[in-house]
Design a protein around this ligand. Sequence first.
Ligand SMILES: Nc1ncnc2c1ncn2[C@@H]1O[C@H](COP(=O)(O)OP(=O)(O)OP(=O)(O)O)[C@@H](O)[C@H]1O
Ligand SMILES: [Mg+2]
Length: 421
Amino acid sequence: MADEQLTGKRALVLGASKWQVPLIRQAQSMGLEVVATDMNPKAVGLKIADYGEVVDILDADANTDVAIKHNVDAVMTDQTDYALNVVAKVASRLVIPGPSVGVAKNCTNKKLMREITSARNISNPEFYIAESLVDARLAASDIGFPLIIKPTDNQGSRGVFKINNQKQLIDLFADSIKHSRDGQILVEEYIQGTEVTVEGFVADGELHTLAISEKEHTPPPRIIAMNLNFPPSFDKKTIEKIKRTASDVASALGMTNGPYHGEFMVNQDGVFLIEAAYRGGGSGTSSHIVPAVSGVNVLEKLVLVSLGYKVKIKPTRNDACILKFLQFKPGHVKNIIGLWKASRVDGVRLFEINYHATEIMPSVTDDSKRHGAIIVSAPTLSEAKRNLDMAVSMAKIIYEAPTVKPEGLNMAGQVRAKSAQ
Ligand SMILES: Nc1ncnc2c1ncn2[C@@H]1O[C@H](COP(=O)(O)OP(=O)(O)OP(=O)(O)O)[C@@H](O)[C@H]1O
Ligand SMILES: [Mg+2]
């Protein structure tokens, strides 16, 4: 795409947190002017964008007003499901390219997603909707334990729990439903297996798979991703089945042009859908990992399709990559040393610690409280792992003298997991 064709065009980017910055910068590097919205006036992307507006990304009217005021040609988001429904509404009101309102809903509501994909014979866990503890207990009596409860319309593992017995269901129900915007949770069969993520791009209705990972989590009941290894350790046949299922999901949900992030559980019975999103994978997946693994700049493609251009997706390599979420001892951070040196180790594409000197590093109870992340790519997974271990060993957190008793420093999830066994 010749830059002169794009120069002077304007895009509205919903969400201006640090994870949206790569999309803002990508659009600017292509000659666009970027208007960014975020409710948080301190969101870093508001300053980086050409125009920053302090507006809630869930407010369709306010974002439409911003879009009209700045006369934008495109509207998009990369890292957040929450914003996708508003992107769709703004696009339809301004009659500019974007996901349709219906498709955005299919891709952000886990109840709809399960209903639509099960109707197309895509493997899903058995599931029920619950609006009360009574509903949830009834569902549990059909499904049996263990099971999963989760809000129908949230992300970042908020309110997602593995439930082993009645007592846990009673204890954790409120903690799950409080994260649901529509007052509903899913109660679903727990699928035992290996979890994979599928990253790709849908162009003209066809999903191009660009990277597949095998995912590892914290111990239950809180289920928070800790490690993603690209590629996974499956045979060719299973990989093909994963790709086929991912593609069936994209077409069932009505995706036509845009980034794809799918999560599946794989076992001897098949490939089960956990969820699929019509956006890039989080924590640097679309900005750092997919380009490292496949050579495809997903964010560039997203900018182009948001302007209505057709794109071609052609992977140019097939490298390995690891995303590791860092977890340190919670406490009062005095200083962090060695980060700069660590980030210069071979293949390190991102290394960041989310807490700084004088801040309190909390227990990791959901994705938003993660302590940091590192992304390392290399021609092989073992090489990536070696370099990752080396980099991690170089960074050290120095703590202020402890003010909390040692047992209080445990991760909430680990404490609960123990009491649940
Ligand atoms: N039915 C299930 N069976 C087994 N594990 C499940 C099931 N549903 C969810 N999980 C586990 O819980 C994790 C979080 O669930 P889900 O992806 O639905 O929530 P989320 O809030 O969208 O989380 P995230 O944004 O971190 O992906 C999944 O990645 C998976 O490991
Ligand atoms: Mg998920």
